[in-house]
Design a protein around this ligand. Structure first.
Ligand SMILES: Nc1ncnc2c1ncn2[C@@H]1O[C@H](COP(=O)(O)OP(=O)(O)OP(=O)(O)O)[C@@H](O)[C@H]1O
Length: 924
C-alpha cells in the first residue's frame, strides 16, 4: 500500500513514515535514517526505494513465525508492487511475475555486511517461491556446490538412473532448500559478528519453465574460508557440522570420539577454549540427517562423510615433536595411535601419511613464489603502509578501511594441498576419497595450481557475466546493531551502512530518473486495452500516437509531462506508481475484454448452432412431407376397408345383446381370421358389460358378499388351483352363526352382544361362532369367537361371558394355515400380543376361508395394509409371549388320520415340548 503518513514525535518535530524512501520531502542521510528508524520501531523492517527493498535485521523471531504464516504469503500473491507494503515476498512476487511476463532472466542480488540478514532474506525468497510450487519436479538435477561434494558428483554420474528416479519424486525447491541446509552446516560458523555467518559466497540459480514451474536449480559457492578449520579468532567457532556431529551419541560411540568439543584442538580457538553458541547443534544435526536422506544420499556416502569429519578432528590432535636424533631439523609424530586411526578412517597407508605430514617435496616452480615485499601496491591512492615493518597494510574500502595482516599471506592464498598429501589421498582405498582429488599420474600436469585469490577473481568475473544476462532486483540488508539485540536500532551503525550502501544516491537517482522504459510497440500492445480508442480493432494510427492516447486516458494532464517522456523508439516512465496505475487499469479492463470476447464468441457459436439446426429441421420436414405423400393413398384405402370390416362385425354382434344367459359359453366372433388385439378388447368390453348387467341387479349385502368371495378367491385360489384343499368356494359366508334359531342359547348370545356394543367402539359383528382354541400349554378349549369391526373376542360358550379383553384387529400382521384339509388357522399379532391358533371346523363346516377373508379385508380397512396369508406346513405360532417374555414358538405339522374316522373334525395332538400334530380327515 502506498501510504504517506506523518506522525508527531516527542519534541514537536515531524517524522515522516514512508514505505518508499522516494516519497521523502527532503532526501539526505538524516531524513532517510529517521524514516527507517521510525518504521523499525513500529515493527516495519522493510522499506522500498522504487523496486529495491531495504531490510533491517530485527534480530527477533518474527520472520520465522511469518514464514509459517501462509496467509501472509497469500496476501502478496498476484499483487503488484505498490499495492502492498514493502516485503521480500513482494519483491519475490514481482521478480517471478516479470520473468513470466517478459520471458527474460531475473536475478535478486542481496547485499549487506556480515550478520545483516542476507542468508535469511535468501531463504524468505526461496520459501515464497517454493510455497507456490511445492510439487514441482523434474529430471534436471539441482547441483549443490561442486566443491563441497565433488566425489558425490562423480558417484552421481555412475548411478544416474537411481537419482533420476529420486528427482522425479522430489520437488526441485525442496532439493534446493535441503542443499542449502547442508551448505549452511558445512560452510557457516559462529563469528564475532554473526552466530550463523556464511563463510562462503553463494549463487543460487533456479530454472523455470514457461508456466513458471521450477525445472531445476544449482547452488554455486565461492571461496570457502578453509583456514577456519585450523585457526579461528577468539569467541569464534569452527564450521557448525563438527559440533553437530559430536551431539550424535551413536556416531560418537561408533567412531570412538569424545562428545566434549574441548577434546579437539580444532574446535576451540587459539586460547584453547570452546566458544559458546546460541545455535542448537543437536537440532541442526537432525536437519542435516533429514536433508541427506531427502536428497537421496546412500548409507555408504553419509558414512564416508562422517569418516572424513572424524579424520579432520583427529588431524587437529596430532602431536609433532622435534627429532633430536637427526642432524637436520626434522620432526616426528608422537601420537602414533591417533595417526593410525586417521589412516584407518581415510583408508590410506599410515607411513605414507606420516611422511606426507612431516616432510615436503619441493618443486622449482613452488620455490618461485611471490614474496609480499615485492608488492607495489604502495603507489595506489587507497593504500596505506604505515605499518609496513610489521608486514601489515590497510585498504580503504567503500564500507570503511580494512587492515590486512600479511602473516601466512602466501600460505593462505596458496589454496591446494601439498603434492605429498595429495598423492597419499589419491592412493586411498576409499573410492570416494580418491575420487575427490584429480589423478597426478595420469595427467602428468605438475604446473603450480591457481592461487585462491585468482580462483576468487575468476569466479566473480563469471558471476558478473551471468548477472549481466539478467534483469536485477535488489535487497539491501542492514544490520540494526552489533550486539544482535532485538529492537535495538543503533543510529551510527545504520548511518554507516546507509552511507556505504549508497542509499542516499540511490534514492536521488531513483527520484530523478525513469523507472521503466518500453518500446512503443510493446507498450501499445500491453496497454491498448486501457483506452477505448486504442482497443477498437479499427484503430489505424501509429503506435506512438496510440501510446499517447493511452497515457491521455489514464493520467491527468498535469502528470503526463512530468511522468512520461516520449523518446525516439521508446517511452520512458518516471515512477513505479504510474506504472502500477497502467497495470491496474489493464487488470481492471481485462475481465471486461474477456467478457466481450466471450460474448462475441458465444454469439458466433449460437448462430452456427442455430443455422445447423434450421438446416436439419428443413430436411426433416421435407422427408416427412415426402413420406406423407407416399402414404396418403395407402392409408385412405386401408381406412375404407377397415370401416367396412367393422361394420360387418358389428352386424354380426347384434344378436349378442339379446341372447339368453348373457351369451355364456358362446365364442365371440373375431374381426379377422387371425385374432387381433382388437378382438381381445371386444371380449373385455363384452365381459365388463355382462358384469355390469349382473352386478346392477344385486343388493348392497349381496355385493359385499361377492366382494368377500372375490377376495377369498384371490387368497385361496379357485377352479383347479385351490391353494387350500378344504376350502369350498361355493359355500356362502353367513358371518353370524350364533344368532340363529338352531342355537339354543340364542337369547343369551344376543344379550351378550347388546352389552358389548355400548361398552366399546365396536359397531358390527363380522363373524361369530364356536371354535376350539389351543392355549399356551397345548390344551384345546371350546370358545365362542366374536369378530367385530375392531376386535376379536373370546367368550365362554356356555354363559356367553367374555374371556379377557378383545384383541385389536389392526395389530394382526399375518395369517397362516396349512394347505391340507384341516380347519386350523393361526392369527399372528404384533408382539407382545400373543398369536391365536383356532380350529374353525367345530360343526364340520370349513370356515377358515371366511375368517381369513374377513380379517384380511378388515385389517386393510383399518390400516391400508394387506396382510399375508401363508399356506404352508409346518405352521408356527407363538401364544406364550408377553411384554416381559418372548415365549416359545409352536411347530405344528399336519397328518391325515391313519384310518378313516367317522367324525370329520380335526384333532390337535400335543407332542414333546412345543411340537404338535393336527390330524385331519382325507377326502371321502
Ligand atoms: N528478517 C529477520 N528477522 C529476524 N531475525 C533475522 C532476520 N534476518 C536475520 N536475522 C537474524 O540475524 C542473524 C544473521 O543473519 P544472516 O545469517 O542472514 O546474516 P548474513 O548477512 O547472511 O551474515 P553473513 O554474511 O555473516 O553470512 C540470523 O541468524 C538471525 O538470527
Amino acid at each position: 500500500m502506498n501510504s504517506i503518513n506523518f506522525e508527531e514525535r516527542g519534541g514537536g518535530t515531524t517524522t515522516e513514515n514512508h514505505d518508499d524512501l522516494c516519497y521523502l520531502e527532503k532526501i539526505n542521510e538524516q531524513s532517510i535514517l529517521d524514516n527507517m528508524q521510525h518504521r523499525f520501531n513500529s515493527g516495519q523492517i522493510y522499506t522500498r526505494i522504487g523496486e529495491q527493498i531495504i531490510s533491517i535485521n530485527p534480530f527477533n523471531n518474527k520472520h520465522v513465525t511469518e514464514q509459517k504464516d501462509q496467509r501472509l504469503k497469500q496476501t502478496y500473491r498476484n499483487k503488484y508492487m505498490y499495492e502492498m507494503s514493502p516485503h521480500i515476498y513482494q519483491l519475490a512476487e514481482d521478480t517471478y511475475k516479470k520473468m513470466l511476463q517478459t520471458g527474460t532472466n531475473q536475478c535478486i542480488i542481496i547485499t549487506g555486511e556480515s550478520g545483516s540478514g542476507k542468508t535469511e532474506a535468501s531463504k524468505i525468497v526461496m520459501d515464497y517461491i517454493s510455497h507456490y510450487h511445492p510439487q514441482s519436479s523434474s529430471s534436471t538435477s539441482s547441483t549443490p556446490s561442486s566443491s563441497t561434494t565433488p566425489n558425490r558428483q562423480r558417484y552421481n554420474r555412475n548411478n544416474n538412473h537411481n537419482h533420476n528416479n529420486q528427482n522425479s519424486t522430489t520437488s526441485i525447491m525442496k532439493r534446493i532448500l535441503d542443499s542449502n541446509i547442508l551448505l549452511e552446516a558445512f560452510g557457516n560458523a559462529k563469528t564475532q559478528r554473526n552466530e550463523n555467518s556464511s563463510r562462503f559466497g553463494k549463487y543460487i540459480t533456479i530454472q523455470f519453465d514457461a508456466a513458471g514451474v521450477p525445472l531445476g536449480g544449482k547452488i554455486t559457492q565461492f571461496l570457502l574460508e578453509k583456514s577456519r578449520i585450523h585457526s579461528r579468532a577468539a569467541g569464534e567457532r569452527n564450521f557448525h557440522i563438527f559440533y553437530q556431529l559430536l551431539t550424535n551419541q551413536s556416531l560418537v560411540e561408533r567412531f570412538k570420539l569424545n562428545s566434549d568439543p574441548a577434546t579437539y584442538n580444532y574446535l576451540g580457538n587459539d586460547s584453547g577454549s570452546v566458544s559458546k553458541s546460541t545455535v542448537n547443534d543437536r537440532d541442526g544435526f537432525q536437519s542435516v540427517l533429514n536433508s541427506l536422506e531427502s536428497l537421496g544420499w546412500s548409507t555408504e556416502e553419509t558414512d564416508f562423510l562422517w569418516r572424513i569429519l572424524c579424520a579432520v578432528l583427529l588431524i587437529g590432535n596430532l602431536e609433532f615433536e622435534v627429532d633430536t636424533n637427526k642432524n637436520v631439523d626434522s620432526v616426528f609424530i608422537a601420537s602414533q595411535d591417533t595417526l593410525l586411526r586417521i589412516a584407518q578412517l581415510l583408508e590410506c597407508d599410515a607411513s605414507m601419511l606420516e611422511k606426507a605430514l612431516i616432510s615436503r617435496s619441493l618443486t622449482t616452480e613452488a620455490a618461485a613464489a611471490v614474496h609480499p615485499a615485492r608488492l607495489e601496491a604502495g603507489k595506489h591512492p587507497n593504500y596505506e603502509s604505515s605499518e609496513m615493518e610489521q608486514q601489515k597494510f590497510t585498504l580503504k574500502h567503500y564500507a570503511g578501511p580494512v587492515t590486512y595482516d600479511l602473516e601466512h599471506f602466501i600460505a593462505k592464498n596458496r589454496d591446494p594441498l601439498n603434492q605429498d598429501i595429495l598423492a597419499t589421498l589419491q592412493l586411498s582405498n576409499d573410492p570416494y576419497l580418491s575420487a575427490l582429488f584429480p589423478s597426478l599420474n595420469c595427467s602428468g600436469n605438475r604446473k603450480i595450481p591457481t592461487m585462491a585469490g585468482h580462483q576468487f577473481k575468476q569466479s566473480i568475473n563469471e558471476l558478473i557475466a551471468s548477472l549481466q544476462q539478467c534483469q536485477p532486483h535488489y535487497i539491501r540488508c542492514i544490520k540494526s546493531n552489533d550486539e544482535k539485540q532485538p529492537s535495538n536500532f543503533n543510529q551510527s551503525l545504520v548511518r554507516n551502512q546507509i552511507r556505504y550502501l549508497n542509499i542516499v544516491e540511490t534514492v536521488r537517482v531513483r527520484k530523478a530518473g525513469y523507472c521503466q522504459k518500453y518500446h512503443y510497440t510493446k507498450f501499445f500492445s500491453r496497454y491498448k486495452i486501457c483506452c477505448p480508442t486504442t482497443w477498437n480493432p479499427k484503430y489505424d494510427k501509429s503506435v506512438k500516437e496510440g501510446c499517447n492516447e493511452i497515457i491521455k486516458s489514464i493520467l491527468p494532464s498535469h502528470e503526463r509531462q512530468s511522468e512520461c517522456f516520449f523518446g525516439v523508439k521508446k517511452i520512458f516512465i518516471k515512477s513505479a506508481r504510474v506504472l502500477y496505475l497502467f497495470e491496474k487499469q489493464r487488470q481492471d479492463n481485462l475481465p471486461k475484454a474477456a467478457i466481450a470476447i466471450q460474448r462475441v464468441w458465444r454469439g458466433y457459436l449460437a448462430r452456427c448452432w442455430f443455422k445447423k439446426e434450421l438446416e436439419k429441421l428443413k430436411l426433416q420436414k421435407e422427408e416427412i412431407q415426402r413420406q406423407l405423400l407416399q402414404k396418403r393413398s395407402a392409408v385412405k384405402i386401408s381406412e375404407v376397408y377397415y370401416r367396412y370390416k367393422m361394420r360387418s362385425l358389428i352386424a354380426k354382434l347384434a344378436p349378442w345383446t339379446q341372447a339368453p344367459y348373457y351369451n355364456k359359453g358362446r365364442q365371440m366372433p373375431t374381426l379377422w381370421r387371425v385374432k387381433r388385439q382388437f378382438d381381445d378388447y371386444l371380449v373385455l368390453i363384452q365381459r365388463a358389460w355382462w358384469a355390469h348387467v349382473k352386478v346392477a341387479k344385486l343388493t348392497a349385502e349381496q355385493r359385499s358378499l361377492i366382494r368377500q368371495k372375490v377376495l377369498a378367491l384371490d387368497l385361496f385360489g379357485g377352479g383347479g388351483t385351490l391353494r387350500k384343499k378344504e376350502w369350498d368356494p361355493k359355500r356362502r359366508f353367513l358371518a353370524d352363526y350364533l344368532n340363529n334359531d338352531s342355537n339354543p342359547k340364542k337369547a343369551q348370545y344376543v344379550q351378550a352382544i347388546q352389552s358389548l356394543f355400548p361398552s366399546g367402539d365396536d359397531k358390527e359383528i363380522l363373524f361369530a361362532d364356536n371354535v376350539i382354541k389351543v392355549n399356551k400349554r397345548g390344551k384345546c378349549q371350546l370358545r365362542t369367537l366374536i369378530i367385530t369391526d375392531q376386535h376379536i373376542y373370546k367368550y365362554d360358550p356356555k354363559k356367553y361371558t367374555r374371556k379377557k379383553v378383545g384383541l385389536k384387529i389392526h395389530l394382526i400382521v399375518a395369517l397362516s394355515s396349512s394347505s391340507k384339509r384341516d380347519t386350523f388357522l393361526a392369527i399372528h399379532f404384533k408382539p407382545p400380543v400373543r398369536d391365536l391358533f383356532i380350529d374353525l371346523g367345530c360343526d364340520a363346516v370349513e370356515k377358515v376361508s371366511e375368517v381369513a377373508t374377513i380379517l384380511v379385508q378388515q385389517v386393510f380397512k383399518l390400516t391400508k395394509n394387506t396382510i399375508p396369508l401363508l399356506l404352508r406346513e409346518p405352521v408356527t405360532f407363538n401364544n406364550s409371549r408377553d411384554s416381559r417374555n418372548s415365549g416359545t414358538d409352536w411347530v405344528i405339522s399336519f397328518s391325515p388320520y391313519a384310518k378313516k374316522e367317522t367324525q370329520r373334525q380335526c384333532t390337535f395332538t400335543k407332542g414333546k415340548t412345543n411340537a404338535a400334530i393336527v390330524y385331519y380327515q382325507e377326502s371321502e
